[in-house]
Ligand binder design. Structure first.
Ligand code: ZN
Length: 263
């Protein structure tokens, strides 16, 4: 195996972990925003309920004034009945009094409706405030849990970055550049293990003589996949203990390259 391939494989393994950690970290703002949105929605509910209650109270005030005004008018007309001289004027006054009585009844009906719905608004305010308290308590816990997860992910990130720096120091600078150029173009994965007779990343068939070369312990050449351009390597799983075949199968597909094994 090429002497620099082993540290490159280690570099690839830690990079693969870094992709996962960074992906998780990138989800945190969204997760926090979702949690905050629940509190905001509950606050809006409280505000809307309070607004409805306030509007109801204002309307109630208006209807109370209507009742008072019509009562005042009816009283005034009644007082005038003793002063009228003609029968016609008396009839007209009676008509006005009746009209005022009707308006009083209507305004009182509206007032009663407002008072009933006012109680309902009051209940809604209390219910939405209680719901807000519950949601705030739940969200506080979730926020703490998310923060703890975030801190753990940051620690993991720092640890993986330290491992990466160590792995990188074992690879010549120009090779690191080469590796990073390929990784940048291919979703952070610059290495591909030979699997069967194909590239473990893109699946394209690899020419047999390339595989033979890579299998040779004395090999010091680099080979690239002709399709995805990733650096190819061969890991001899069959030389490893029994249970390794299961782990090799499990790591098939877009999994990180398996660690190199000594032949
Ligand atoms: Zn490939």
């Amino acid at each position: 195996m090429h002497p620099h391939l082993k540290p490159l494989i280690e570099l690839q393994a830690v990079d693969f972990r870094l992709i996962g950690i960074r992906e998780r970290i990138s989800q945190f703002p969204k997760r926090l925003a979702e949690v905050e949105a629940r509190v905001t929605a509950a606050r809006h509910q409280v505000a809307a309920a309070k607004e409805a209650l306030l509007t109801g109270l204002k309307e109630r005030k208006t209807y109370e004034m209507d009742v008072d005004q019509w009562k005042e008018r009816a009283k005034k007309y009644r007082n005038q009945t003793g002063e009228v001289k003609s029968n016609e004027a008396y009839k007209a006054l009676l008509h006005e009094i009746q009209n005022a009585e009707n308006e009083i009844a209507k305004a009182e009906d509206r007032l009663l409706e407002r008072m009933v719905s006012g109680e309902e608004y009051d209940r809604q305010v209390k219910a939405s405030e209680a719901a807000l308290k519950e949601i705030e308590a739940a969200v506080n816990k979730e926020r703490q849990a998310i923060q703890a997860e975030y801190n753990a992910a940051q620690k993991e990130l720092a640890a993986a970055e330290a491992v990466r720096a160590a792995a990188m120091s074992a690879v010549p600078e120009d090779l690191v550049d080469h590796y990073e150029r390929i990784a940048k173009r291919h979703g952070g994965i610059a290495l591909a293990e030979i699997r069967g007779e194909g590239c473990g990343q893109c699946g394209v068939h690899i020419r047999p003589h390339v595989i033979q070369q890579l299998q040779r312990e004395s090999n010091e050449g680099f080979f690239h996949c002709e399709t995805c351009t990733r650096i190819l390597y061969y890991a001899n799983h069959s030389a490893a203990p029994e249970n390794s075949s299961a782990s090799a199968a499990a790591s098939a597909g877009d999994a990180p390259p398996a660690p190199a094994r000594e032949n």
